[in-house]
Every structure is written in C-alpha cells, then in structure tokens.
Design a binder for this molecule. Sequence first.
Ligand SMILES: C[S@@+](CC[C@H](N)C(=O)[O-])C[C@H]1O[C@@H](n2cnc3c(N)ncnc32)[C@H](O)[C@@H]1O
Length: 227
Amino acid sequence: MSQGPSSSRRQITLPAATRTGSPVPWLTSIHSTINRGHWGASSYRGNCGGYLIKDLLAFYEPTHVLDPMTGSGTCQDLCKSLKVPCTSFDLRAGRCAGEAGSYADLEPYDFPPYWRMIRYGDDPRCFSRAPTLEEFMGRLGGILKCCQSGLAPGGKIAVLIGDYHDPGLGRQVPLSTLTTSLAIDRGLWPACTPIIRLQHGNASSRRSHSSAFIPGVHDTCLVFERA
Ligand SMILES: C[S@@+](CC[C@H](N)C(=O)[O-])C[C@H]1O[C@@H](n2cnc3c(N)ncnc32)[C@H](O)[C@@H]1O
C-alpha cells in the first residue's frame, strides 16, 4: 500500500481571506484550532471545544444566548467568562429541546448555539435515539421551530453538525446539506457562509473500519436567521 502524500503535502495553509469590517477577522469559512480551550469537558462525547463558539459570540455580540443541549457546558462556561447572559438546558436534566414548553418562560434570545448527533442516554426524546434519518430530521425541524419561537429580532441560530458515513445504511448521510434545506423550509435563511470546523483530536480518528470510505475530518457550523 502506498504511503500517500508526504506530510508536507497534507499540511493545510489557509488561504488569505478578504478584509472586512469584522471584529473577528480570523473567523472565516474554515475554523481550525488544535486546542479546545478550558470550557466544558473534553471527556464529554461530541464536545467540540470553545473557540468556534467564542468567535461567533464575538462576531454576533448576542445579548442572551440559549443552548438547548448543554452537555458538559462549553457554551455556558464561555458565556459566563464573557459575561454574556446564557440559558442552558439538556434532556439529561429532563428538559427537551424539541418541546415548546421548554421555551415558554425564556427571555428572548438572539443566539442558540449548537447540537449534534451522538448516542446519549435512554430517554426516547434524545436526538441520538431517533430510529431513522427521517425521524431525526423531523425532530431537528421541531427544534428549529421551537428555537425560532423566542428568537429576538436579528437573532441567529447556529447548528454544528457533521456529515457521516453510516455503515448500517451503507451510504453517506449529508446532514449539513439536509439541515440547510430543512431550515430554509422552516422559514430560516443562512446568515453567513457555512463554517467548516476541522476536528482535531476527534474520538472517531482513533477508530478503524473494515469498509472503505473517505473519512470526514470536519463538521459544519451553519448559522441561520429569519428569512
Ligand atoms: C453534542 S452534546 C452537547 C455538547 C455540549 N455542547 C458540551 O459543551 O459538552 C449533545 C447534547 O444534547 C443532549 N440532547 C439530546 N437530545 C436532546 C433533547 N431532545 N433535548 C435536549 N437535549 C438533548 C444530549 O444529552 C447531549 O448532552
């Protein structure tokens, strides 16, 4: 078997980005940090580290952040350190992101960050337990609808989601494309370019598979606003 391209060919040099009035000029369509920062817990599965959220908060300057899937609390910790008001909940404490009642008493928020698909817990409402892709997309549509209900004017909804190869289905599952299409159907529109986040240190990089497929090494952050 060939050794593949030399490591020098595999190194990524990010292209220079056009200059804009952005307060975060290094935030471009590709986000790559080797370290995850000290927010939340790296041991929590599906945790993505804090720097992308930090940059998005600096760019959009929200006044109230909602994270309806707290996990280990990366977003919550970041908001605390930046003194940005944040409401955060998770199904593990019994509050479901797909139920309108979970949003009933919230102050308007202008930035609910992200969620992702990995198997967590036994609660049937857990997104990771959706039995089919159709069911998962239906639940995601429900969350987008719920999140929109309290979105302040000009507020943004950010979703971090990865495409993946599903061995059971034997095919690629283009979740980021499907999510964009779902969001547009639900009255949302992309607020910026999709942001490709390189997954340094991802748990899946330590697994092996007997089937041949081209592994993904990134996920995609999609930011939406009302259409
Ligand atoms: C990718 S993790 C979030 C990681 C988190 N950002 C962190 O800092 O660690 C996804 C979370 O969504 C939660 N979850 C799954 N289904 C849910 C639902 N229906 N309502 C609320 N939370 C849910 C899981 O319990 C899990 O903690």
